[in-house]
Design a protein around this ligand. Structure first.
Ligand SMILES: [Zn+2]
Length: 241
């Protein structure tokens, strides 16, 4: 993949965006997210001169999306500090950053009903992102593995392996070998939403496709899965670290 930074004027405003030349891309596409800003993907050999035409064609759609995500100048990186509110297991929690007691260097985390308390060395208090991410990954691992266990019990097969990582385009996936993978940031969503994603992937251990039989099974075990997906689409930008 080749990546370049570009600028365009969209509805009279300057927009910073990224172009990716992708070997597997068959046609031009554009995506707007808070995390990555505007990303235009083009087939590997597409010439740069196609860009103005594409941007003009997408202009009115782009304007709305860019405005909604606030990414005129590029990706939005979320800042975290004491007092920031973030959702964990669907509940808003206040981030409380505290210095570790003298002589201690190992960060600790405690989740309370309305707060997440992170204790870390004083010099790291201004940059809590890494610690926060580590905590969410840990929580995701324990929470998702319990959910996978109970959905597996209900549905039948068990995964051969469970991977918790960062995923940009999907919340979960199931491989041919029976490995289930989930994006750790899903742990910020409400429990019923996490359950729907987990149920979906566990159902793939029975049917590795989106056939009517797959959906019949998913509808039976998790009737609310469609609402959960709608929620996820609408709140994608809130589940960012
Ligand atoms: Zn699926």
């Amino acid at each position: 993949m080749k990546i370049t930074r570009e600028q365009a004027v969209v509805s009279g405003r300057v927009l910073q965006y990224q172009v990716r030349l992708h070997r597997r891309a068959r046609r031009a596409s554009v995506q707007v997210t808070r995390r990555e800003g505007v990303v235009v993907t083009l087939p590997w050999r597409a010439p740069r001169r196609v860009l103005p035409g594409l941007m003009a064609e997408w202009e009115s759609w782009l304007e709305g999306q860019v405005e909604e995500c606030g990414v005129w100048d590029g990706p939005v990186v979320r800042e975290f500090a004491s007092g920031s509110i973030l959702s964990i297991l669907g509940r808003p929690r206040e981030l409380v950053l505290e210095p570790l007691a003298a002589g201690r260097s190992r960060p600790t985390a405690r989740l309370e009903a309305d707060a997440l308390i992170l204790c870390m060395p004083t010099e790291r208090l201004l940059e809590p992102r890494a610690e926060l991410e580590k905590y969410l990954r840990r929580l995701a691992r324990s929470d998702f593995s319990e959910r996978v266990d109970s959905w597996s019990e209900l549905i039948g097969p068990r995964p051969s392996r469970l991977i918790i990582g960062e995923r940009k385009s999907r919340w979960g996936s199931c491989s041919r070998r029976g490995t289930l993978s989930f994006c750790y940031r899903l742990v910020m969503a409400p429990p019923e939403t996490i359950d729907a994603v987990v149920a979906h992937e566990v159902c793939h251990l029975v049917h590795l496709n989106h056939s009517p039989r797959f959906y019949a099974l998913l509808d039976r075990v998790c009737p609310g899965h469609r609402e959960a997906m709608v929620w996820l689409n609408e709140h994608e930008n809130d589940l960012m670290v």
